[in-house]
Write a protein that binds this ligand. Structure first.
Ligand SMILES: Nc1nc2c(ncn2[C@@H]2O[C@H](COP(=O)(O)OP(=O)(O)OP(=O)(O)O)[C@@H](O)[C@H]2O)c(=O)[nH]1
Length: 380
């Protein structure tokens, strides 16, 4: 069916909307959180530096008009102190975005007000004020927040330029500032795009490190990282945690009979079947080869055995068409639960591995619960 391509204005509108929300919901939220964390760190350094800059600019006031410098310095100090909570107000539950806007509004506002009190001050201060705009565009590139932060000092500047300056210099200030502002907004948008791209690249690398590219299970490194965290939580709060180790039965035979590509498909199908039978808080990782581990936080022995059995049955029910034939395979599982004797990740893995070994020894395609006392490491 022929689909009509969007009209030029509609495409332009979509492109513009894309500029504001180009990432899918969850990713955009993660990107926002990352930007906010960066701004919070920057505010700790840039906040006092900006404050010091605004106050030290009082020396320039004295150079231009010694008589008014005492008043302007007082205004500078007062407005910098008013904005100072924004430097590090994390404890007040004041988000980095509003803090950045408040910091800019008060500090740039101090520059504007003091410059307006000096003869030709706004003209002379213009480079500093536009410089601050571009610096903000790099620190807070989100357009809405950029506009929110720059609006109060910009309106103040426009008002004071109209009221205080002769028509010639006033127009000069207004013109230059209103040319700089959209330019700074463009810098903000370009910065935002670059940072979004960097964020996406970082996510792709993280994803590659955290997942097994073939089966879609978590990587050994990441599953260990998550499990160590969940284990520490379980031990601290006296909660249960279980893990199930799963291994495909006679996988070498599967590969030899059906080919390596069919073996790969079996691995993927097995992981999918297991995921369908795990809770959202559980996760499965590939330890290596055809060996997988499922971590089940807040799960006792009974529930873990039931879950492992469900996964085993789901795998046994799989039918993979290979040419004109159908590939069927099974898994064996060993389950271990957190206990005083098995409280470490390595101990739990050892216990589950010993139970898995028992499942294999007693005929395969079955689930065995580990004895509570940690058994010795399996040889080989
Ligand atoms: N297709 C495929 N095969 C793999 C992969 N990783 C490991 N294998 C194969 O998995 C097989 C594991 O064989 P074994 O360790 O002897 O175990 P098994 O044949 O499953 O026997 P039991 O575990 O005792 O039931 C080997 O033939 C490996 O080549 C993979 O990513 N894809």
């Amino acid at each position: 069916m022929h689909t009509r391509s969007p009209s030029v204005p509609a495409a332009a509108l979509a492109g513009l909307r894309n500029l504001f929300h180009p990432l899918p919901g969850e990713l955009e939220a993660a990107f926002d959180t990352q930007l906010d964390a960066g701004i919070a760190r920057l505010l700790l350094v840039l906040g006092p530096a900006f404050g010091l800059f605004v106050v030290l600019f009082g020396a320039w006031d004295a150079w231009i008009d010694t008589a008014r410098a005492a008043s302007t310095v007082r205004i500078r100090v007062a407005l910098v102190l008013l904005g100072a909570p924004a430097w590090a107000a994390g404890r007040l539950r004041w988000g980095p975005g509003p803090r950045c806007a408040w910091l800019y509004a008060t500090h740039a506002g101090a520059m504007v007000v003091c410059a307006a009190m000096l003869p030709e001050g706004l003209v002379l201060a213009l480079p500093g004020l536009t410089g601050a705009l571009f610096l903000l565009a790099l620190v807070e590139p989100r357009p809405r927040r950029f506009m929110l932060a720059t609006l109060p000092p910009s309106l103040l500047l426009a008002l004071l330029a109209i009221l205080n300056l002769a028509p010639g210099p006033g127009l000069h200030v207004l013109l230059l500032y209103s040319l700089s502002w959209p330019l700074a907004l463009c810098v903000a948008l370009a910065t935002l795009q670059l940072r979004r791209r960097a964020f996406l690249a970082e996510q792709a690398v993280l994803d590659a490190v955290r997942h097994d590219s073939l089966s879609g299970a978590l990587s050994r490194r990441y599953v260990t990282e998550l499990a160590l965290h969940d284990l520490a939580l379980a031990r601290r709060h006296g909660r249960s945690l279980a893990l199930a180790m799963l291994d495909i039965d006679h996988f070498k035979r599967v590969n030899d009979t059906w080919g390596h590509a069919a073996g790969d498909r079996a691995l993927c199908a097995m992981v999918r079947a297991c995921k369908e039978n795990l809770r959202a808080s559980d996760y499965i990782g590939r330890l290596g080869g055809e060996e997988f581990v499922c971590v089940m936080p807040e799960t006792g022995a009974g529930e873990a055995m039931a879950c492992a059995e469900r996964m085993r049955a789901a795998v046994a029910a799989l039918r993979l068409p290979v040419g004109t034939d159908t590939l069927r395979f099974t898994v064996s599982a060993g389950v271990a639960v957190l206990s005083p004797e098995q409280s470490g990740w390595e101990e739990l893995l050892r216990a589950a591995d010993a139970a898995l070994y028992q499942a294999k020894e007693s005929g395969r395609n079955r689930t065995v619960l580990a004895r509570t006392a940690a058994p010795p490491a399996r040889a080989g």
